[in-house]
Design a protein around this ligand. Sequence first.
Ligand code: BV8
Length: 313
Amino acid sequence: MPGDIAATVASFQACLAGSRKVLALVGAGLSAGLGLATFRGTGGMWRNLPMIDLATPEAFHRDPGVVWQFYSHRRYMALQAEPNAGHRALAQLAQRWAAAPVPNRFAGTDSSAGGSELAPDKQFLTLTQNVDGLHQRAQHPADRLVELHGLLFTLRCTLFMCTHTEENNYKHPLVPALQGTEREFSRKRREGDDAPAETPTRSIPEQDLPHCPECGEGLLRPGVVWFGETLPFRAIDKADRFVHEGGGVDLVLVVGTSGTVWPAAGYVETVRALGGKVAVFNPEQPEGDYADWWFPGSALETLPAALARELGV
Ligand code: BV8
């Protein structure tokens, strides 16, 4: 490891070891390379449709069939993927810190402090923007994971009066009409390639789309947060309390995210404004000077390497 990288890792690891409260904000880049497109990596396109235009209530209202083909494809790809070393490293940190109270930093300075009594546990929380379910499959403790934008495998009824929600629905295809969403052909015809230039989206009649088994009437939708929709209150509340209560966050790990989507991106700024340090795990160099450490390369390699000492590996 070249000297400057070794020094970067060593100073990061010293900060991590001395931290009581660490936050991770995770984006699509952590799952990149698992066949799961990032929102910007493929030019933010899916079958020549801008992803950001598909992840909206308006798109679903306009043509639920196209939106369901988009999400059925992503469900399928997420099911084909396996958690990587980056997912596992975060899960291991969350597991390890759950049982790792820190020695009272002020032990011995005040007899009433009880000397060797332990300060509150070291606290760790992952805020993920990813909806692919790979953190959970990496055994990330659920009480230290906040899915800011929901999950592909949660389904919700869209009928106003119906509250039907189902979690962990991994069925593929959800309905026969969504058969064929498994494969995504390249958008550009390669020389001599007989694959279609792109897989045209089909027009699917609404009655053939997933419907609510409870009310029998409502169309089901993916249980994700679309652009223009508010994040789940419980997610925001848990994230806000972690950042604002019980002492500031000492260090935030910014993993595989462009930091372009709000309010998720705002947590990094808040931690920094409250005096926390920032470590970025991304091939793209962070703009400006907000990062105290930058680990270029793929997070599935850089993150486990940076956490190795704390994980005792
Ligand atoms: C809301 C689920 C109230 C669906 C997603 C200010 C405050 C509040 C809201 C806004 C605001 N400004 C604008 C808004 C509106 C909007 C927004 O942020 N728009 C953006 C485009 C400007 N926010 C909202 O609508 C949110 N709702 O706040 O409600 C409200 C509403 C309207 C107006 C005001 C207030 C809801 C946002 C949630 C949207 N749902 N996902 C689905 O997945 O289909 S967002 C979706 O896109 C992802 O979840 C993710 O959050 C985002 C993509 O971001 P990234 O994960 O960072 O992925 P990206 O491709 O961008 O970057 C990948 C990065 O990885 C890159 O940096 C790349 O270099 C790096 N990388 C690549 N390979 C690797 C790697 N890194 C490491 N290793 C590698 N191998």
